[in-house]
Write a protein that binds this ligand. Structure first.
Ligand SMILES: [Zn+2]
Length: 416
């Protein structure tokens, strides 16, 4: 058997597997030729096993290995008001796919090996998902909602969310996403930052409309996440069986206690109310910047209520995962903010790996470094469980065993 058939061993690394209490020293990780992990653990033990199969050994020289990150709030066709919207809406389908593929590649290279897409355009996300699976283009593993759903004139209607009205209308809109291949459903139940004619606390769906979405999606075995701002609207949706809240700009202690008790997850996307530079760089209108920054203090409080109540918090950036932010990426900055708000670095790492995989129903496949999982990992200089900002020192990204980025030549250098 040639060495390419037996894969390779990453040795001499410190490793965090996605769930453990701490990063372990002297670890080894054996990547099989199928791109999945064959063994992981004590380096000597893994090497002994792999040597029998003549696997190549790559010495990572003490670098830290953690699971590839999962970003739970991504729009590869993000179209904020202004030039971004013009370029996405002015693009024909071919150009749209290419723009999204570019964002997908950037996402992957930033260390995000899996992305949950929560509102895309013209089902180009389905085509991109297939192309990535085939290896035609580089990008994260995709779990997508297809189009977000909203009421007529509701949040996202000007960014290609699909408009519907009445229970029948929302049932049909939900089924249209399922027909196209949606893995989950995203519905906008209140106003938000990017809608000119609404406020963050504008209720937008009636109970029977929300119930129609939830019932249809759940019957088909899909979860539902909601773009939502104000507590009263979210309370109603949670009562009806909502699975996850996006943004939650105005959460209260009472609501977060209910969310925790019912196992409703929360993706704060805290960067969206504190990314003035990104908005300015992309020419979004002044009213939107004001509304975003104005929501900041209450949004921060909401995250702190969720932390205090023990709500399951998942990492999502809303901004493109790889977008530059404070000399790092939106993804890393989001994770730093989560620590600033009161989560431990380990809790934040869990939120961006194994907990996210759990929400996606992908435990054992992504989000953890365990035997049988995809070899999706990133290589860092320092330990993010000691200091989350170690994520700024990312030097390599491996997806399905393939080094798609390797700044220091640590991984490829050892490969044939
Ligand atoms: Zn969003």
């Amino acid at each position: 058997m040639s060495s390419t058939d037996t894969g390779y061993v990453l040795a001499g690394c410190r490793l965090w597997d996605g769930t453990a209490a701490a990063t372990a020293d002297d670890q080894g990780l054996w990547v099989g030729a199928d791109g999945r992990i064959r063994a992981v653990g004590d380096a000597q033990h893994v090497l002994d096993e792999a040597r029998a199969d003549q696997a190549r050994v790559i010495d990572l020289q003490g670098a830290v290995v953690v699971p590839g990150l999962i970003n739970m709030h991504v729009h590869l066709s993000l179209a904020l008001p202004g030039p971004m919207q013009d370029s996405i809406q002015g693009a024909d389908l071919a150009e749209l796919v290419l723009l999204m593929a570019g964002n997908g590649r950037g996402t992957l290279h930033s260390g995000v090996t899996t992305a949950r897409l929560v509102g895309e355009s013209r089902f180009a996300d389905m085509a991109l998902r297939r192309a990535i699976r085939r290896g035609a283009v580089e990008g994260p593993r995709i779990y997508t909602a297809g189009h977000a759903l909203c009421c007529t004139g509701g949040h996202g209607h000007d960014a290609d969310a699909q408009e519907a009205d009445g229970a029948d209308g929302f049932r049909r809109a939900t089924r249209e996403q399922l027909r196209a291949g949606a893995d989950l459903i995203k519905v906008c139940i209140s106003g938000g930052i990017a809608g000119e004619h609404e406020a963050i606390d504008t209720p937008q769906l009636t109970d029977d409309e929300m119930a129609a979405v939830l019932e249809t999606a759940h019957d088909w075995g899909r979860k539902v996440t909601a773009h939502a701002g104000p507590a009263p609207v979210i309370e109603r949706a949670v009562e009806l069986g909502l699975d996850c809240v996006e943004h939650g700009y105005e959460l209260t202690p009472e609501l977060t206690a209910t969310m925790a008790a019912r196992g409703v997850s929360y993706v704060p996307t805290i960067t969206v109310s504190r990314c003035e530079e990104f908005f300015r760089a992309n020419g979004v209108p002044e009213w939107m910047i004001e509304r975003a920054l104005g929501a900041g203090p209450r949004h921060w409080e909401s995250l702190q209520h969720a932390i205090a109540a023990g709500v399951e918090i998942l990492m999502g950036s809303d901004m493109p995962p790889h977008a530059p932010y404070d000399e790092t990426t939106a993804t890393v900055r989001e994770m730093e903010f989560m620590v600033d708000a009161g989560m431990s670095p380990r809790e934040v790492m869990v939120s961006a790996t194994s907990a996210a995989a759990g929400w996606l129903g992908a435990t054992g496949s992504v989000g953890s470094l365990t035997a049988g999982a995809f070899a999706d990992l990133v290589v860092l200089d320092g330990d993010p469980l000691a200091d989350i900002s170690a994520l700024r020192g990312l030097s390599a990204v491996v997806q399905g065993g393939r080094a798609v980025r390797d700044d220091r030549g640590l991984v490829r250098g050892g490969q044939a």
